[in-house]
Design a protein around this ligand. Structure first.
Ligand SMILES: [Zn+2]
Length: 547
């Protein structure tokens, strides 16, 4: 393609040169030259897209003509902003251009895009797409989607990259983008750091060759794919809870296609105002509503899906919630005899029962405790070839014949239903009661300033490491493992453990303890061990709650 200046023509022309960083006060840049190419191509002017600013306010000239991107939106492995005050549409376009620039650095250009059900998500995806096109990407738009449907499309359409516009279960007003460039993974801290640097410094590289393709039929193929993971023979009655989020358009059909005899739809009408509660199956409001639905209907279980369908929450036939670490343990015990020597990955907030479980041990299965966060568990599971990874907030990463390793609420549902099918005489609550008992504390968070919390945690890590190296004990039990991937998780000989880490988003330290002995022992692990240890640091303040 050759570029030559023109004065007009029936082309798709986008002028995009905002020039220097301070746009307000001069519109001279709008006279930048434009260039003509073949019909259907998108062509940009000679001036580079400006680096975004962070100090703009809506309803001003500068906001209307300058990209706004606040740095705080780039998190460890997620990107989330309040749409309007934190990022504007030009900022989203800058993000797309930065992402396109980055994936070219990685030797890629083909990318799937999708969006969740919110008032503004479609326009955000379109702004993002403009940026990707100007970076020379081939953009495959799959339309309204769940995050796992976009991950599925990477395989279905053989596209290495993905950008899914979603704020998951967050309040209306939030937006975000889940991104990846290596199936089945999403960006981790390194990739997010590089993208942030490109976007905030305006180190964009515009390229010719951008192409937009609208793809139909991915939703049908995604549902067929998740449904193919199980074919139920046992008649089950299942509550499908979607909290009026995007999953409402996918989950009931997916469950029916798996062979669920009766799907009881609960809040499956899409409503971006989330009239009842946010679609977050980790939150007790949604869990309580699911429990009530089970009791009312006599269902075998309730499955709750979060706003973008990458998490699954579970309530059993007695109306009790079972968090993902325990459901994961139930799955692992069920799968172990069929997959001898299998590896599992769980996050450090998860129950210690994996380490001591007799069924897992008898089948030569091992479990790695790894860093909390969906991106970390997904990556580690892929790296060590785990059969499954479980993240306590409800992300399941299923491999082997069960899935492709990305987090998908419906794939998790298929695995859980498959487990019930393999145990026809047992209810979900029976399988839960067959687990060895453990008493796990609430998450307790003493205040500690952001500037000092990492130092305090580092000192605690060192002290526990030294205690373990010296063959030390905690409340009469030998330390068997000190995991330091995320703060410190100290595992004891009887499977009990204590966890101390810095909160990733609040001025707090996070403490969790678990006892395999008794509730009283759980309290002792906190009151006689962790609390006095933290009290030695004057920087540590009052707890939000204690056991
Ligand atoms: Zn989600």
């Amino acid at each position: 393609m050759c570029f030559k200046p023109v004065t007009g023509g029936p082309l798709l022309l986008l002028r995009n040169g905002f020039g220097g960083a301070h746009v307000a006060g001069s519109l001279a840049n709008w006279a930048a030259p434009v260039y003509q190419a073949d019909a259907g191509m998108i062509v940009f002017g000679g001036l580079m897209f400006a680096a975004p600013r962070a100090d703009l306010y809506a309803n001003t000239l500068a906001y209307e003509i300058t990209p706004l991107v606040k740095a705080t939106g780039f998190r460890e492995y997620d990107a989330r902003w309040l749409f309007g005050p934190d990022i504007n549409l030009l900022g989203i376009q800058a993000l797309g251009l930065g992402l396109g620039t980055y994936i070219h650095e990685l030797g890629q250009s083909r990318i799937v895009v999708g969006h969740d059900f919110r008032a503004y998500s479609l326009s955000i995806k379109q702004a993002l797409t403009l940026g990707l096109l100007s970076a020379g990407c081939e953009v495959l738009d799959i339309g309204l989607a769940l995050s796992p449907m976009a991950y599925f499309a990477q395989f279905d359409l053989d596209a290495p990259c993905v950008a899914m516009v979603t704020a998951s279960h967050n309040e209306n007003g939030w937006t975000g983008v889940k991104m990846g460039a290596q199936r089945p993974l999403t960006f981790g801290p390194d990739e997010m750091g590089r993208l942030k640097a490109i976007v905030l410094s305006g180190a964009f590289e515009e390229r010719p060759g951008g192409r937009l393709v609208r793809i139909d039929g991915v939703m049908e193929r995604y549902i067929a794919d998740v449904a193919s993971r199980v074919a139920l023979t046992r008649p089950l009655k299942v509550v499908a809870a979607c909290g009026n989020g995007t999953a409402g358009a996918f989950a009931p059909e997916g469950l029916r296609r798996m062979g669920v005899a009766e799907v009881i739809e609960m809040d499956c009408d899409l409503d971006w105002t989330f009239p009842k509660y946010n679609p977050n199956p980790e939150d007790h409001v949604m869990l309580q509503a699911m429990a009530e639905a089970v009791r009312r209907s006599g269902a075998d279980l309730a499955l709750g899906f979060d706003g973008d369908g990458d998490r699954c929450g579970v309530v059993d036939d007695e109306g009790e919630e079972i968090f993902a670490d325990k459901i994961g343990l139930m799955l692992a015990r069920d799968l172990a005899p069929l997959n001898r020597g299998a590896k599992f990955v769980v996050d450090v907030k998860s129950t210690g029962l994996y380490a001591t479980d007799p069924i897992l041990a008898a089948n030569g299965c091992t479990t790695l405790y790894w860093k909390t966060g969906h991106s970390y568990i997904k990556r580690k599971s892929a790296e060590i070839g785990a059969l499954a990874g479980f993240e306590k907030s409800g992300h399941f990463f299923l491999g082997g014949t069960m899935g492709r390793g990305y987090d998908c609420g419906l794939t998790a549902a298929a695995a859980i239903l498959g487990m019930l099918d393999r145990n026809p005489g047992k209810r979900l609550s029976d399988l839960k009661k067959a687990l060895p008992t453990a008493w796990t504390s609430l998450t307790m968070s003493p205040h500690c300033a952001d500037e000092t919390k990492y130092g305090v945690v580092e000192a605690v890590v060192k002290a526990y490491q030294a205690l373990a190296d010296a063959g030390g004990e905690i409340l009469g039990r030998k330390i068997v493992e000190v995991v330091t991937v995320n703060g410190v998780r100290v595992a004891l000989a009887d499977g009990s453990w204590v966890l101390v880490r810095a909160s990733s988003n609040k001025p707090e330290i996070v403490v969790v303890v678990e006892s395999t002995r008794s509730e009283e022992d759980m309290r002792a692990l906190f009151r006689q061990e962790v609390k006095p240890r933290l009290a030695r640091h004057p920087e540590v303040g009052a707890y939000n709650q204690e056991i």
